[in-house]
Design a protein around this ligand. Sequence first.
Ligand code: KG4
Ligand code: ZN
Length: 338
Amino acid sequence: MKQDEIILSIETSCDETAVALIKNGTEILANVVASQIESHKRFGGVVPEVASRHHVEQMTVVTEEALQQAGLTMEDVTAVAVTEGPGLVGALLIGVNAAKALAFAHGLPLVPVHHIAGHIYANRLITEMKFPLLALVVSGGHTELVLMEKHGSFEVIGETRDDAAGEAYDKVARTLNLPYPGGPHIDKLAQNGEPVLKLPRAWLEPDSYDFSFSGLKSAVINTVHNAAQRGETIRPEDLAASFQASVVEVLVEKAARAARENNVKQVLLAGGVAANQGLRKALEERFSDLPQELVIPPLYLCTDNAAMIGAAGSVAYQKGKRADWALNGVPGLDLEAQ
Ligand code: KG4
Ligand code: ZN
């Protein structure tokens, strides 16, 4: 009988310390996430040094909790997968070193994983991936359209030329004095507002799959300042709804066009902004009468977690991808070189 493949996966690229145990690439046995959001809130964003210190404090506890939840010991583990990059270097290093220590101590293979590959592979935990596919990746650091012809092959056909979608959400939220991370707060406000304000949509060149959100962000900030100078009030709900409508319209239209022009079978949503209710709804509506199957992950698989790293790690492990003891955190790791 074939033994089950159990991947222990670690994610520490930003402000979540996360460890998961994944069986045969698709089944979550444990998925523990220790969030540091409370510690970063008072600074209005992630402070790298604070993130690293939290990762050090949480790493062992979270690993033990994951093994306990899964009812497993390190003896049951086939390989250790870890986020190599991109991310904050000091934060990545904590996970990489923990993974190296575990793999070395237990004589296990060490598998490096790209964080964005992880976000995309979160979808494999809920459904089978059908190729060719298109992934719309929208997170705090990335906004990309990624074409996949087969497992483990990534072609970035469009990306942001300035701010990532999540970054724009967080900056607009700061303008409205909302706490960090602002995305979920804007999302909630938008649900009670009307998109009545005229804000720009950055379509760029007609054939481009690229994105740009800095102009929109500046337009929101200007709108708020101009209104304040004139002594007018803008309902924050309407501002949030107008901003969200602009972001969502561009994301949905570019994804739909890329899906059609590249004849994909499936469109996967990935990354922290995938939790956005407005985006989820708009994608569902847009793709309801299109031939491509749309896959939207559940909320707990959208923001950073280690289950997604285990799912991507399983594919990398099966392909024979290994790291040696010199593995380092790589803040600008290239997705296409995976
Ligand atoms: O993928 P993620 O957890 O971390 C990165 O890899 O960057 O994404 C975090 C980003 C933050 O910018 C956060 O504001 C945004 O995802 N986000 C949202 C929502 N939930 C999280 N943005 C819009 N609407 C949401 N509901
Ligand atoms: Zn992420």
